[in-house]
Design a binder for this molecule. Structure first.
Ligand SMILES: [Zn+2]
Ligand SMILES: [Zn+2]
Length: 183
């Protein structure tokens, strides 16, 4: 098996974690995992860990940002974003479903409490969620820039207060009128 990063025959068998066999590159430290092996390990590993992503900031400087060939089937692997607003990608073969972890990526997933979610990363709902979240953050930053922190905070409060207000229509008309006291 050839390492998709070094393109040399440097993969050898390891246990990534107890019960999960994998192939690791002695050169770059990357790891290839068979998806069936992962699912079997996942099934036998008991209760799923819950994600704890909120406070942990990951700076994936280790990510090898290039297209890779699957060490198992030789096909081009897809690159999938794992978290919103982070350059953390995993490479996965759409042909044999094998997954490539660059050095540190597996450890980072453990730290994030995501090691039980890996099969979900490559699904439409997970990828849609990332896109939605990134679009939202983008707009958030734009408003912050346009309004300034104080005004933005203020108008968010007003918006929240108005959202389900029974007199919402009238309140909006009051705000928009140039002189609400002149009929
Ligand atoms: Zn390698
Ligand atoms: Zn493959």
């Amino acid at each position: 098996m050839k390492c998709p990063v070094d393109k040399t025959d440097t993969l050898s068998r390891i246990a990534l974690i107890e019960g999960l066999p994998a192939m690791q590159c002695s050169n770059c430290g990357g790891v290839w995992v068979d998806s069936n092996a992962y699912l079997a390990w996942r099934k036998g590993s008991g209760e799923a860990e819950s994600p704890k992503s909120a406070e942990i900031k990951i700076d994936p400087a280790w990510d090898v940002d290039e297209l890779k060939l699957c060490p198992n089937s030789g096909r081009i692997m897809g690159r999938y974003k794992i978290l919103a607003d982070t350059d953390f990608h995993l490479d996965r073969c759409g042909h044999c479903n094998g997954i490539w972890f660059d050095k540190n990526e597996w450890d980072a997933l453990i730290e994030l409490g995501l090691r039980d979610k890996i099969n979900e990363f490559f699904t439409r709902p997970w990828q849609d969620e990332i896109r939605t979240s990134e679009a939202r953050n983008h707009m958030d930053n734009l408003y912050l820039e346009k309004f300034g922190a104080d005004d933005y905070e203020y108008i968010q409060k007003v918006r929240e207060w108005m959202k389900d207000h029974p007199k919402r229509g009238m309140l909006l008309a009051y705000l928009q009128a140039s002189d609400p006291y002149k009929i």
